[in-house]
Write a protein that binds this ligand. Structure first.
Ligand code: GLA
Length: 372
């Protein structure tokens, strides 16, 4: 069992003075490329990271959630409260709404996915709850259906209009691979990512810039995409071509340009990974960042600075990851260069008066699983 799963187990024992029936966990994610494409019916390429939310679960007289991180108990919520308990409540309700026979449970949660950093701590708690309930009540729901259920819970109960990427990544990713998802057909395919063999590392930089204002920006971007698809008379922007975009207003044209070019980059990135051409893969990451900065306009000075310093440090590629408006950036670097890149970024951020960033390297991890 991983330490975080031990913590959830221990919290359950202490809170409920009993043994749980099972322990499960689900990871956060980093998206390698394919940003703001999921809600446009396009492609994404995320990986699971080694930071997870764990759950210990057992039967009970009435449903009760405990968070070891917030040291707080909470009953099953009727409606959104703006707290961590929204997520498990949303999942229980979504399962009941679909007619699954869910009895009362008590759960203890523990997690080490940073909150509000764009690493999908919310998808991780949703996926962990969903996989634990599925196993406990022998529901045998397929992981991709669990992901769709989690997304519905997030949209309907939590009230965030996100796409399918985060929940898919948390449930379906596997160790050593990235996950190519066609967000229209919902087909997913593992793409091997042998970084260690190539002496490469993926470095994540958490800029610690809160993404709170991002919710408005995210919804605005979604609306611009829907407007553009409507004007172009296509189902989703996935179906648009660069030549068609002249019909759009200048702002909508920029947004659509990002989506159309980003979708193409994801498919090229997968081909690059298949031929182990990490140089080409990295160039696509840089191109993705420029597009997110100039056309989609979701970058920040901190994220741009990280990418500039990555270029100067000869990283193979770098880009913001997740929704943008703060949060994290990633770089693909030679393993021996991670130290110098983090040092250069720290110095620059300090000199500019930015918040001190946090770094971690990761290898693609296993998705949601029951561990005990
Ligand atoms: C957030 C959303 C995802 C996706 C990304 C942008 O992480 O939850 O569905 O839209 O932003 O790629």
């Amino acid at each position: 069992m991983r330490p975080i799963e031990q913590r959830a187990l221990q919290a359950y024992r202490e809170q409920f003075l009993a043994e749980p029936i099972l322990v499960a966990s689900a990871p956060g994610r980093v998206n390698l490329i394919g940003e703001h494409t999921d809600y446009n019916g396009g492609f994404v390429l995320p990986c699971a990271i080694g930071k997870r939310v764990a759950i210990a679960i057992g039967l009970s007289q009435s449903t009760l959630f405990y968070s070891a991180d917030f040291e707080e108990r909470c009953p099953l919520l009727e409606k959104r409260e703006g707290s961590w308990a929204d997520y498990p409540s949303g999942i229980v309700r979504a399962m009941k709404d679909r007619g699954f026979d869910i009895q009362h449970v008590r759960c203890a949660f523990a997690g080490d996915v940073p909150l509000g950093s764009g690493l999908s701590s919310s998808a991780a708690i949703e996926a962990a709850t969903a996989i634990a309930l599925d196993a406990l009540f022998h529901l045998e729901i397929e992981k991709r259906d669990l992901a769709v259920l989690c997304q519905h819970a997030e949209n309907a109960f939590v009230g965030v209009n996100s796409g399918i990427m985060d929940q898919y990544a948390s449930l379906l990713c596997q160790a050593g691979t990235a996950l190519l998802v066609d967000c229209r057909s919902l087909e997913a395919r593992q793409v091997p990512l042998n970084l260690a063999e190539a002496h490469l590392a993926l470095l994540v930089c958490d800029t610690h810039v809160s993404r709170e204002l991002g919710a408005t920006g995210y919804n605005e971007r979604r609306q611009a995409c829907e407007r553009a698809a409507h004007i172009l008379d296509v189902k989703d922007l996935r179906d648009a071509h660069l030549d068609d975009l002249d019909k759009l207003s200048s702002e909508d044209r920029k947004r659509a340009t990002h989506v159309v070019t980003e979708n193409a980059r994801v498919l090229q990135a997968v081909l690059a990974l298949q031929r182990q051409d990490f140089g080409a893969f990295g160039r696509l990451m840089y191109a993705s960042h420029r597009s997110l900065r100039d056309d989609y306009e979701v970058s920040t000075p901190e994220l741009d600075a990280f990418v500039e310093i990555a270029i100067q440090t000869s990283a193979l590629g770098a880009r913001l990851t997740g929704a943008g408006f703060g949060g994290c950036a990633i770089a693909l670097v030679r393993s021996e260069d991670t130290g110098v890149l983090t040092m250069n970024v720290r110095h620059y951020f300090e000199a500019r008066g930015f918040k001190q960033p946090e770094f971690f390297s990761f290898h693609p991890e296993t998705g949601a699983e029951v561990v005990k």
